[in-house]
Design a protein around this ligand. Structure first.
Ligand code: ATP
Ligand code: MG
Length: 378
């Protein structure tokens, strides 16, 4: 997969930007606060359906302007016709998305067409942060490769929000019938079992690549491993459930129908995939607690490389790799390792200092762009 062109208007500090990328390495360089990350954020928007920096769509509109409009043109197989995705974000009102000019119903319909893997320094928190960060890693990565995952996850989130609101009303004395609790338990447990199965399979699939990348990157003999963990691994009566959709659905259903007073006191749903985690270990010990900062960073980088490998296995081609300011944090040998592993794929890198991007091995297909005050100079 390759991005050919991008076009932004009134997107953050980019008033009017048009760029054509090389199919190899692209280096966006410039001083701080010039718009480098904004450019990557706009590209990744089409892979994720929202900003990777956790802001609302309307925050992407240039200050004082009525709307942002931006698009990417990309190709999948080399012989395929290019596809253009466009987002129009008003400062107030609903966003509009288009594919080759035709309106889409929403992000769910857009996701999966354009695939990208984003690396940024904050990804260290996938290893050393809380469970929510690891769940987000899974959700974003799996959604790009599975339409059914998007469907079940969005259903799950909707039912969960509704059930949590119901628990709050119940705790204030509103009567709720047994059937209503059962309906929510059934809907949530059906979606949960699918989410659980996909996340678990994804972690299993990633483990081998992660440990191979880690070994090559560090030369260490210690072995990282990822294991998806959930309350649903164990039934309420204490037996271990092995990835059986029926059994996990049933185990959640039972919990959600028999602990309502406890959940209502807590004010939210206490079981389900929104409570799960990935147990990341190095030689069997929890990496978050025992691995060094350098080892944690190497695991996070290995996970990102493995994410790209998984995507290729599912779709037959590599996604686009977006690297936001990662090289300045790495030693020379890791920089070269990353560039070597990404050889032959499209990479778009930002950096204050272009010389930290080791391009010596990049086969000539390299483009440099200077980003200055919201403008880009090839
Ligand atoms: N909605 C917006 N409208 C106009 N400007 C914005 C908006 N949002 C952010 N900016 C500006 O964009 C600039 C930052 O852009 P960006 O994050 O891309 O910088 P950068 O070049 O990646 O810098 P660094 O090297 O520090 O990471 C800031 O000056 C910020 O004020
Ligand atoms: Mg930046």
């Amino acid at each position: 997969m390759r991005v050919n062109n991008i076009e932004y208007s009134c997107y953050r500090n980019l008033r009017q930007v048009q760029l054509s990328f090389s199919h190899g390495v692209n280096v966006l360089y410039g001083m701080n606060a010039q718009g480098k990350s904004n450019i990557l954020e706009g590209i990744y928007y089409f892979a994720r359906g929202r900003s990777f920096r956790g802001v609302r769509d309307r925050d992407l509109v240039m200050f004082g302007e009525a709307a942002a409009r931006f698009s990417i043109e990309f190709v999948r197989g080399i012989s395929d016709a290019p596809i253009t995705l466009t987002a129009a974000l008003p400062a107030s009102g609903k966003k509009k998305l288009y594919r080759n000019g035709a309106p889409l119903r929403g992000s769910a319909e857009m996701l999966g067409a354009f695939r990208a893997v984003l690396f940024c320094p904050s990804h260290l928190s996938i290893v050393n942060g809380g469970p929510a960060e690891r769940r987000a890693f899974l959700d974003i990565a799996i959604a790009q490769n599975s339409q059914s995952y998007i469907y079940y996850l969005s259903n799950y989130r909707r039912f969960l929000a509704e059930r949590n609101a119901l628990l709050k009303r119940y705790s204030q004395g509103v009567r709720v019938s047994a059937e209503e609790w059962e309906t929510y338990a059934a809907q949530l447990s059906r979606a949960a079992a699918e989410i659980y199965a996909e996340r678990r399979a994804y972690c299993d699939a990633l483990t081998e690549d992660v440990s191979e990348y880690f070994r090559e990157m560090t030369g260490e003999r210690e072995k990282p491993s990822l294991k998806y963990t959930s309350h649903l691994d164990i039934s309420e009566s204490g037996e271990e459930l092995f990835d059986e959709k029926e059994a996990t659905a049933e185990s959640l259903y039972t919990r959600l129908t028999t602990n309502i007073d406890r959940e209502s006191a807590a004010g939210s749903t206490l079981w389900g995939p929104h409570k799960d985690d990935i147990h990341i270990t190095l030689n069997g010990k929890e990496a978050r607690l025992f691995a060094s900062q350098g080892q944690q960073r190497s695991i996070a980088l290995s996970m990102k490389l493995a994410e790209g490998e998984f995507s290729r296995r599912v779709s037959g081609e590599y996604p686009v790799f977006l690297l936001d300011d990662v090289f300045s944090e790495l030693d020379e040998s890791r920089r070269r390792f990353i560039m070597d592993k990404l050889k032959g794929r499209q990479i778009i890198v930002t950096s204050c200092e272009p010389s930290v991007v080791p391009t010596a091995n990049a086969d000539g297909d390299i483009a440099y762009f200077e980003v200055k005050g919201g403008e880009v100079f090839p």
